[in-house]
Design a protein around this ligand. Structure first.
Ligand code: KG4
Ligand code: ZN
Length: 340
């Protein structure tokens, strides 16, 4: 009998429900994005996000279940993101998941959101070989994770200040481009010159696998400021291209260093920033030169979605990690901690 997990994701500004079979087959993945709602504020407003999740969760659940062609009776377990994320947003999904678990008598599996991003790589690729190295790069995190065995995460590098996605969002906001910053900066960069500005590549020459993006952010803001002071037109496309290239350079450099250090032949690139086409392409070229394989999820599974939660839950479930109905939500949670 196939194993079917119904998964829920409400950690930030996407309300999503998915049905995942055997840890890699996505039977349905419904996502209701709140981006339009938060755009006017230039970022996610937690209170608004929670209220919108509450409104959306039942219709999104109904659609996801109908799309999967199954009924709740066919579902083996209920999975839900329980952290890290916005507490009010997480509690909406967690409470809904608990109600389903209790009402339909199904095991509850609470999932770490960062682990879910990493496990998105297994969608359609259950045969990915371990050990592997993951670069999890999202709005809130930039982490290099060594995965020797399933659910045995070892963090070998992380950002010391801003996450890469956060830097994209802040620079886009400063340039008046809107939210979220990544996709719009990527678009503008296509029409710009990535060598127009020589922005800093922090820590690149140091013996560390850590990242730092706050110096880059300040350097970009200073350049914008100088143009504005002179009443000159800000060269948005060139700034976007040069900024994006600085981020790509340090992400690819540290990923290669980490892969060589840990002697892995398989790297996965996941999280919202992994949707960036130039990053995907340059990371692929760089790693292939060293005979290292790279895989990344399709773009829809890079940004927040419930399918990745269902995949991670498959591995938690196979190790008997079932949560109680008093499970909590966590704003901060390292990838190696199972929220329960
Ligand atoms: O994983 P995600 O959906 O949510 C978090 O867990 O944070 O990631 C969202 C982040 C945002 O900062 C967004 O600007 C960034 O991912 N992002 C991108 C792209 N698409 C989304 N960054 C660069 N290029 C993109 N195409
Ligand atoms: Zn995320």
């Amino acid at each position: 009998m196939p194993e079917r997990i119904l998964a829920i994701e409400t950690s930030c500004d996407e309300t999503s429900v998915a049905v995942v079979e055997d840890g890699y087959k996505v039977l349905s993945n419904e996502i209701s994005s709140q981006i339009d709602l938060h755009k006017i504020y230039g970022g996610v407003v937690p209170e608004i996000a929670s209220r919108r999740h509450l409104k959306n969760i039942l219709p999104v659940y109904n659609t996801a279940l109908a799309d999967s062609g199954l009924t709740i009776a066919d579902i083996d377990a209920i999975a839900v993101t329980a952290g890290p994320g916005l507490i009010g947003a997480l509690l909406t999904g967690l409470s809904f998941a608990k109600a389903l678990s209790f009402g339909f008598n199904k095991p509850l599996v609470t999932v770490n959101h960062l682990a879910a991003h990493l496990y998105a790589s297994f969608i359609g690729h259950p045969d990915l070989k371990l050990p592997l190295l993951a670069l999890v790069v999202s709005g809130g995190h930039t982490e290099l994770i060594y995965l020797e065995e399933h659910l045995k995460f070892q963090r070998i590098g992380h950002t010391r200040d801003d996450a890469a996605g956060e830097a994209f969002d802040k620079i886009a906001r400063r340039l008046g481009l809107g939210y979220p910053g990544g996709p719009i900066i990527e678009k503008r960069a296509l029409h710009g010159n990535e060598t127009a500005f020589d922005f800093p590549r922090a820590l690149a020459k140091e013996a560390t696998l850590d990242f730092s993006f706050s110096g880059l952010k300040s350097a970009v803001i200073n350049v914008i400021h100088r143009y504005e002071q002179r009443n000159d037109q800000v060269p948005i496309n060139d700034i976007a291209a040069s900024f994006q290239q600085a981020i790509i350079d340090v992400l690819t450099l540290n990923t290669l260093k980490a892969a060589q250090l840990m002697k892995v032949k398989q790297v996965v690139l996941t999280g919202g920033v992994a949707a960036n086409g130039s990053l995907r392409k340059q990371m692929m070229t760089r790693l292939h030169q060293h005979d290292i394989k790279l895989s990344y999820p399709s773009k829809i599974f890079c940004t927040d979605n419930a399918a990745m939660v269902g995949v991670a839950a498959h591995y938690y479930l196979s190790q008997g990690l079932i949560a109680d109905l008093d499970a909590s939500a966590y704003a901060n949670l390292p990838i190696d901690q199972h929220p329960r």
